[in-house]
Write a protein that binds this ligand. Structure first.
Ligand code: GUN
Length: 293
């Protein structure tokens, strides 16, 4: 079994990006600028945003964080989005989800200028992605594609099972992995909580990607001998062995599944780190006007 080292791949991509930023500075250009909007105090969201800011610093991007209270109105958030849409110094921005219940995430996402939507959540980016036109691809699917490419995972003719059908991960991944190109040329099955014989479907996968949001849902008997397993899950579980009092675990029962597969992503140290890198890659594309010219 080979561990897919998300940290190593993420570090390699960040090193390349830092070199590119250095070249931009030497050429007298402005460095890429990623802004994040955080509403409320959700602890997981605060951690994600902190990771994004840290990664920006590492590669030399400018980052800015706009924090607002939980009580912020939808109208005020729409105005904040409009402000960032108009700010020529900001190349791309994200509105961290989830939002408080009184704010419609769909309304907010639709208000983001698609050219600055480095999360790839705007309907225009999703539509372009489905049509295989230039688009920002959401960070988690984009990060997983990078992880697979850099790990040399063969896709042509392989059966890929994606477990989980969210708008952000499972659904876009199922489309992206069935493309007729070198890095993602699979036969894809998208399965979910209502799939009959889920165990058998997963056990037929050459490549199994799990984004169910359920702690250690995938056990060894759901995995084919020699399969590649990619775990998108992230769960905080109490632990007496760490200073913080918790540790991260995934949607895959790592200890038993890792014995059976040819390659597997750990949690932490797998997909999560690549998600942040993919967001940086999208921000670089925004700074260079690569998607929309
Ligand atoms: N919440 C969890 N993941 C994400 C993400 O990728 N982008 C945003 N904006 N919010 C999230």
């Amino acid at each position: 079994m080979k561990l897919i080292d998300g940290k190593k791949i993420a570090d390699e991509i960040k090193t390349e990006m830092a070199i590119e930023v250095r070249k931009m500075i030497d050429a007298g250009q402005r460095v890429p600028h990623l802004a994040a909007v955080l509403v409320g105090e959700d602890p997981a969201s605060q951690t994600y945003v902190a990771h994004k800011e840290k990664a920006c610093k590492e590669v030399g991007f400018t980052s800015s964080l706009y924090r607002y209270p939980e009580s912020m109105s939808e109208k005020d958030l729409l105005e904040a989005v409009e402000f960032l849409n108009r700010d020529d110094e900001v190349d791309g921005f994200i509105v961290q989800l989830p939002l408080p219940k009184h704010i419609s995430p769909e309304k907010i996402i639709k208000a983001i200028n698609p050219k600055k939507d480095v999360d790839g959540f705007h309907p225009m980016n999703i539509g372009n992605m489905v049509l295989n036109l230039p688009a920002y691809i959401s960070a988690t699917p984009y990060g997983i594609l990078q992880l697979m490419k850099h790990s040399g995972i063969e896709t042509e003719g392989k059966n890929c099972v994606v477990a989980g059908r969210s708008n952000i991960v499972g659904t876009p991944l199922s489309i992206l992995l069935s493309r007729n190109n070198k890095d993602a040329n699979c036969t894809v099955t998208l399965c979910h909580s209502k799939t009959k014989n889920l165990k058998e479907v997963c056990a037929g996968a050459d490549i199994l990607i799990v984004a169910m949001g359920q702690l250690e849902f995938i056990k060894a008997d759901m995995v084919k001998e020699g399969a590649v397993v990619i775990d998108v899950g992230m769960h905080r579980v109490p632990s007496t062995e760490t200073k913080s009092g918790f540790r991260l675990k995934g949607d895959v029962a790592f200890d038993e599944v890792s014995k059976k597969c040819s390659m597997i992503t750990p949690v932490p140290g797998g997909v999560g780190l690549m998600t942040v890198v993919a967001l940086l890659m999208n921000t670089m594309k925004a700074a260079k006007n690569e998607i929309y010219g």
